[in-house]
Ligand binder design. Structure first.
Ligand code: ZN
Length: 282
């Protein structure tokens, strides 16, 4: 049975919490997928477009609306695109851990999983950053990864999908808050395309409708909704225009609290304090 995370409400009179999250993968997924990609300049340049070009558009759009984002960054991106880290930090946004070479933990033994976590933390340390949240590369992770996250002091994860409300994972020594996403609320299945994996190159008008419909559902339930995007996809000119319309549509329809995952995690009542608050409140 899932233990839902309790919140004492969203700040102000917000009727919904919205997390705009961005995975700044860069070249890491390709370099992690196989040595054969290290000389394939076009596919690498597709990844490079994220930190080099798409990210700037994302940051400008967030600044124009005055809303924060959560940026999940592989250590490899942090090491090879320091100016991207500086730009994200200058915007006052949150950083989350996204592996080092974007290696999915399903293909790694325990030592490999730990190395991805530790190397990612070390890369962030070189920028004076200590993330408290994690999103697994490719949205897959193993039970031992969850346990390591708790052991390394992370407070939340954003990789699992057992509910569309925040909930507690108890695989590790201490409970870890899960802030779930979903493929339908991610840009990649709609807009990601490479000659090696194919892709839909979907109509953004359809995705705009889907994302705003999910927003309406979240608003009716006063819950959090997390959108996951990649600067190399959402940072294309026509898709930034879609994201602009989505944010504008949210502001017109409801009273959203745009927040980082860290801000949301900080508001979650821990399972024990939620239980005592319930007792105190009868
Ligand atoms: Zn990723």
């Amino acid at each position: 049975m899932i233990t839902h995370a309790e919140f004492s409400g969203w700040p102000g009179d917000a009727d919904v919490a919205v997390a705009l999250t961005f995975d700044v993968d860069g070249e890491a997924p390709w370099l992690g997928e196989g040595a054969e990609y290290s000389r394939r300049l076009t596919v690498l340049s597709q990844g490079r477009f994220g930190p080099e070009r798409g990210l700037g558009r994302v940051l400008d759009l967030l600044a124009a609306h005055g809303v924060p984002g959560t940026f999940y960054v592989p250590g490899h991106t942090a090491d090879h695109h320091p100016e991207a880290i500086e730009a994200i930090a200058a915007g006052g946004h949150e950083f989350g851990h996204h592996g080092y070479l974007h290696l999915g933990s399903e293909g790694l033994d325990q030592g490999g999983q730990r190395a991805e976590l530790v190397d990612g933390l070390t890369a962030f340390e070189r920028h004076g950053i200590r993330p408290v949240g994690y999103r697994s590369p490719g949205w897959e992770l193993m039970p031992e990864t969850l346990a390591m996250l708790a052991e390394l002091g992370f407070s939340y994860d954003s990789s699992l999908m057992a509910d569309d409300r925040p909930y507690w994972e108890v695989s590790g020594a201490s409970p870890l808050l899960e802030l779930p996403g979903h493929w339908s609320l991610c840009d990649w299945p709609y807009f990601g395309y490479t000659p090696y994996h194919g892709g839909l190159l979907a109509d953004p008008a359809a995705v705009e409708r889907i994302w705003l419909e999910e927003y309406e559902s979240a608003r009716a339930e006063h819950r959090l909704v997390t959108y996951t995007m990649h600067p190399e996809a959402i940072g294309r000119g026509y898709l930034i225009r879609m994201l602009d319309r989505v944010i504008t549509g949210m502001l017109e329809r409801g009273r959203p609290w745009f927040a980082t995952h860290g801000q949301i995690a900080a508001l979650a009542l821990t399972p024990s304090s939620a239980a005592s608050a319930t007792r105190a409140g009868g």
